[in-house]
Design a protein around this ligand. Sequence first.
Ligand SMILES: [Zn+2]
Ligand SMILES: [Zn+2]
Length: 376
Amino acid sequence: MAKRDYYEVLEVSRGASLDDVKKAYRKKAVQFHPDKNPGNKEAEEKFKEATEAYGVLSDAENRAKYDRFGHAAFSQGGGMGGFQGGDFSGFEDIFGDIFGTFFGGGMGGDPRRGRGRSGNDLRYDMELSFEEAAFGCEKEITIGRRAKCDGCAGSGAAKGSSRERCPQCEGAGQIRVQQGFFTLARTCHACGGVGEVVKNPCSDCSGAGLKVKESKLKVKVPAGVDNGQRLKMRGEGEAGVGGGQNGDLYVQILIDEHPVFQRQDQEVICEVPITFSAAALGTEIEVPSLDGKLKLKIPAGTPSGKVFRIKNKGIPVLGSSPQRRGDQHVRVYVHVPKQVSEEERELLEKLAKIQGTVVEDDSDKGFFDKVKDMFS
Ligand SMILES: [Zn+2]
Ligand SMILES: [Zn+2]
């Protein structure tokens, strides 16, 4: 049977990046994995085919050979040697990687590379003020997480005893399973992948090797974080067991409402009331900003609702270097007083006498013309 083209197998273009190749293989591997398709020969073949293609295309040297010579580069007597189905180095690494991140504990343990069991990821909700989120900050947080037990130094074995090699997997933490011509490694159920078992458990942690502890952590919040974003703190989740990796801590950002400012991505928006006379005659007002008070010129004849843009007074763009900032948008509106003083009343009455009640300004004339039409 003629071999299918590796690029065709993974459904990627010849110029696909390593990342794309990896993604494409993940998709195929998840779809055709023998565990998900028990007894399905066709799926098994497709799984092997995809794995073989991935083995070649994920390795720069092999890929270059394949691009030049095609399958002949790896056939017997082809002179290039090296690759035979499933026999390339790093296969288990890749495999553990894929299924570790994809299925999590769903496959009966977490077969991430190496021995041991990985710790769980954790989440912490962090409330920030508007300004803290805008300019970044450093916060100390206290979290309760399962960490190494002091009573047994994380071994889980009672004082005077120690962990013993797991008889099931003989300490490997994994059981090898023949799957066609691949050997797959599965997490050992007897020891949960740790490779060791506890005969005489520590009384502090009942043999788990882990205990919930309060820990203080410093979190550096970068300038420009937004509501709902997560900061990943690698290795700050729960402790792994038996040499397993620690989980990660995800800090979820929640930003408090600001009494004056609103935020839209990097833009800061605020509303400022002005008097009718200021809008009509023009003036200079003070407006609040993240950098303190700013002067804003209001030109004569400013309509209510007009928005003024103040450049570079918004939120810093997350991760920008040199730092860039959004703008501030100031929407002014004409404030109508509920009560007026005696003097104001006199002046307003005088004004009313001049103006009448109907707006005579050209810009609004259209409206009254239309109304007149309605009743004529
Ligand atoms: Zn303990
Ligand atoms: Zn075992």
